[in-house]
Design a protein around this ligand. Structure first.
Ligand code: SAM
Ligand code: SF4
Length: 357
């Protein structure tokens, strides 16, 4: 077993003992979280639940899912404590995801509490939109700044095939409600799968003619149990070519070096489109992201990466410095970039709903 794996195995077995040892050995204080490649990590994505009211076939295994027992999910107070701690470590942006975050009771007040933490500049939510119409206003009032809504088909039957549940009407109403509630910069996340919904690219571009949203076409990624295969991956190059065959699109400049989408606009349209090219043109060089899974594990990469059990550390009484030391140590081991497609396909260790996207 190499040293790093041994460290993580020990942390997992006895987080408090290890955390104390790391805090002492590395004398990690509070300051920006930077990895071995000088990437500052200012963005934390938190899966606030693993539960979901849809069963998207690219996210959940066909055999069904078993949810983590509620006792293993973090409480609101635990999330707020971690967010305060990460804010002291330089995190400025937090996104609440899942599972479906809008299923978590009291989400608006949790989001509001996080928004109120000193240093936190933006709080976003990624949702499937099914319950958004009823909650959009409360989320806006609570101070949520950004909303991303997932939507993979504009055809009712196909929506149901992909999500394994009905819900297109609710999602479209949710998007309208979000705009009415005053959200700007709303993003629509569309996972494009070959032979499934790749014939709808133009329909989604059309959506941006009148709606001030950014539709982001996401390359399908392999995760545990999602039956990823080459034939289902529609590359950025081929999506862009298909769109450019019908529309003249112009790049939208974005000064943020850590942005993940390549953004374009059809001149005259109210909204824009983007491409998230994790598979064919990764953007690891500018990665600023940290993650906490629904069951309280700290991850430094969306894909297979060592996990640190912050839940047990919190519940075992670890001091902030000890938790900070655990995070810094894990970050130090973050690889320069994620593995290639073959390796990801072979070694997927979690389903997307457990990590949080
Ligand atoms: N339930 C919420 C939703 O669907 O928006 C939040 C959680 S979901 C896991 C977060 C994002 O991950 C969604 O936009 C979803 O489309 C994306 N996603 C899930 N599985 C994916 C996969 N295999 N490849 C690419 N994106 C994926
Ligand atoms: Fe649920 Fe989101 Fe996964 Fe779809 S992508 S199953 S909505 S967690």
């Amino acid at each position: 077993m190499d040293n790093n794996i041994q460290i993580y195995a020990d942390i997992f077995r006895n987080p408090i003992v290890m955390a104390s040892a790391l805090a002492e050995n590395t004398r990690i204080g509070f300051g920006p979280l930077t990895d071995a490649f000088a990437r500052a990590h200012t963005y934390l994505r938190i899966a606030v639940t693993d539960r979901c009211n849809l069963r998207c076939l690219y996210c959940m295994p066909p055999a069904g899912v078993s949810w983590a027992p509620s006792s293993l999910l973090l409480t609101d107070n635990e999330f707020v404590r971690l967010c305060e701690l990460f804010a002291r470590l330089g995190v400025r942006k937090i996104r609440l995801t899942g599972g479906e975050p809008l299923l978590r009771p009291g989400l608006a007040s949790l989001a509001g509490a996080i928004k109120g933490i000193g240093g936190i500049e933006t709080v976003g939510i990624t949702t499937n939109g099914v319950r958004l119409a009823a909650q959009a206003r409360a989320l806006r009032v609570a101070g949520v700044d950004r909303l991303n809504v997932s939507l993979d088909s504009l055809r009712r039957n196909r929506f149901e095939q992909i999500a394994r549940r009905d819900g297109l009407g609710e999602v479209l109403s949710g998007i309208d409600a979000a705009l009415e509630a005053g959200f700007t910069g709303v993003k629509i996340n569309t996972v494009v799968m070959g032979g499934c919904n790749d014939d709808e690219l133009a329909d989604f571009v059309e959506l941006t003619r009148g709606l001030p949203v950014c539709v982001r076409f996401i390359e399908f990624m392999p995760f545990l149990g999602n039956r990823w295969c080459d034939a289902h991956l529609v590359s950025y190059a081929s999506m862009r070519a298909a769109i450019e065959a019908r529309y003249a699109i112009l790049p939208v400049a974005d000064p943020d070096p850590s942005r993940v989408a390549k953004e374009f606009k059809v001149p005259g349209f109210a909204g824009s489109i983007g491409f998230i090219t994790s598979m064919t043109e990764h953007f690891c060089g500018g990665c600023s992201r940290l993650r906490i899974t629904a069951d309280g594990q700290f991850k430094t990469c969306l894909f297979r990466s060592p996990e640190v059990n912050l839940r047990d550390a919190l519940r075992g009484g670890a001091a902030d410095e000890e938790i900070a030391a655990l995070a810094a140590e894990a970050l130090y081991l973050k690889p320069r970039q994620h593995a290639d497609i073959r390796e990801l396909e072979r070694r997927a260790d979690r389903s997307m709903f457990q990590v949080g996207g």
